[in-house]
Design a binder for this molecule. Structure first.
Ligand code: HSE
Length: 404
């Protein structure tokens, strides 16, 4: 019997207990061993839960229990989640987590501590909810140099954008996402792009070995997007998605999050609702796409339990693959001002606007929508675009990067 402890009995934590109990038979069949939850750490009581009797309010009940060999951290937030994770690893317990904040901020240190203590720190559920993406990147793409990753990494914002396109208001769509258990405790982390920033930082570290700080990368959310932007995108043959992007150039790593127009021939363009998609471009295999439910109780819990199963399956082996992250120094960050892409620019459609656009931007195809005129620019840096926009002497409505 393998005894597991759960830290944090919220949406994902209770989901993990449910997956382990509901799929007990299949897990035991696949592993040849039974896995059971022994203790659950939470500040609250859960008298109505079938797992309520396992709840403790004292972390030491878990840390000092020699029977508990695997700890699943699903508390959210940096502290005390990081502190408890570190203590468990140092005590020789394996840790799995869905906590992208801890992985993005402390992943390098925690992986090192795990290696030093002969245990594993796995975080499949930290990116893409239930989608298997971390393990395939660590194992199955190991023969490749990863060149870039683009992803829809936040289920809540993708759900909100999908609902808005169908006519819902931002506020109602957000309320629904919260009711479905997709949103973060503070949904500002979703709609302002921070959750996606943490995830792209993790994917950048898996791709390039360098762990950037989510606070130091360019991060824009969806709060400024309007239905007019969505309509313009449609007329230009694109959808709008919140995209995390990372690439390496000249030995430096760029990671960013922002809304993007996604051309309809890009497989990310059709991903709706709570689904996430992660498109990895690698030098031998080419493009590989990972797709599935990016948030929600049971999908995310399924990924947490997959990590527990991986740990149990390899408990007797001292030859398991583990990523190594190096904390980025300032010199590792690519200069964002040098980043170039095509951009959808929308101006107020005042008299002579088309001519003014043509005079500055050349022969671009314009579309009109309501009181707007819009087009997609050639590839250029942010600064060049800002200078050209100023030259038109038109009133800017929006500028949204295009995924290319
Ligand atoms: N709030 C996150 C999302 C949960 O909506 O994607 C999964 O990480």
């Amino acid at each position: 019997m393998i005894y597991v402890a759960i830290l944090g009995f919220g949406v994902v934590g209770s989901g993990a207990a449910e997956v382990l109990a509901s799929n007990r038979a299949v897990i035991e069949k696949n592993l040849g061993k039974a896995v059971t939850v022994k203790r659950i750490l939470d500040l609250r009581e859960f008298p109505d839960s079938p797992f309520g009797h396992l709840v403790t309010h004292d972390f030491n009940d878990i840390l000092n229990d020699p029977e508990i060999s695997v700890v699943a951290e699903m508390m959210g937030g940096s502290h005390p989640a990081y502190d408890f994770t570190k203590a468990c690893l140092e005590a020789g317990k394996h840790v799995v987590t869905s906590n992208k904040e801890v992985v993005a901020r402390f992943g390098a240190e925690l992986l090192e501590i795990a290696a030093a203590h002969g245990v594993r720190y796995l975080f499949e559920a930290s990116v893409g909810g239930g989608i298997p993406v971390i393990r395939p990147m660590v194992n199955d793409l190991a023969s490749n140099e990863i060149e870039r990753v683009d992803g829809i990494l936040n289920g809540t914002t993708n759900y909100i954008l999908t609902q808005m396109i169908a006519g819902a208001t931002f506020e109602n769509a957000l309320k629904e996402a919260q009711a479905k258990g997709y949103a973060e405790a503070n949904p500002a982390a979703d709609v302002e792009g921070l959750d996606a920033a943490r995830k792209i930082v993790i994917l950048a570290a898996l791709s390039f070995g360098t762990l950037l700080s989510p606070d130091k990368i360019h991060c824009e959310g969806i709060t400024k997007l309007t239905l007019a932007d969505v309509a313009v995108a449609k007329k230009l043959g694109c959808s709008i998605k919140l995209i995390g992007h990372t690439e390496r150039s000249n030995g430096k790593v760029l990671a960013m999050v922002s809304p993007r127009l996604v051309p309809l021939d890009n497989p990310l363009s059709g991903i709706t609702d709570v689904f996430n998609g992660i498109l990895v471009d690698a030098n031998m295999v080419g493009k590989v796409m990972f797709y599935g439910a990016g948030a929600g109780k049971l999908p995310t819990a399924s990924a947490v339990v997959a990590d527990i199963i991986d740990i149990v399956a390899h408990m007797e082996s001292d030859n398991v693959r583990a990523p190594k992250f190096t904390v980025a120094t300032d010199a590792d960050y690519a200069d964002f001002s040098a980043y170039a892409c095509r951009t959808c620019v929308a101006f107020e459609n005042t008299a002579g606007a088309a001519e003014k656009i043509a005079a500055v931007f050349g022969d671009v195809k314009t579309v009109t929508e309501g009181d707007r005129i819009a087009f997609i620019s050639d590839e250029m840096t942010e600064k060049t675009l800002t200078d050209l926009i100023a030259k038109t002497d038109l009133t800017l409505c929006s500028r949204i990067r295009v995924l290319g």
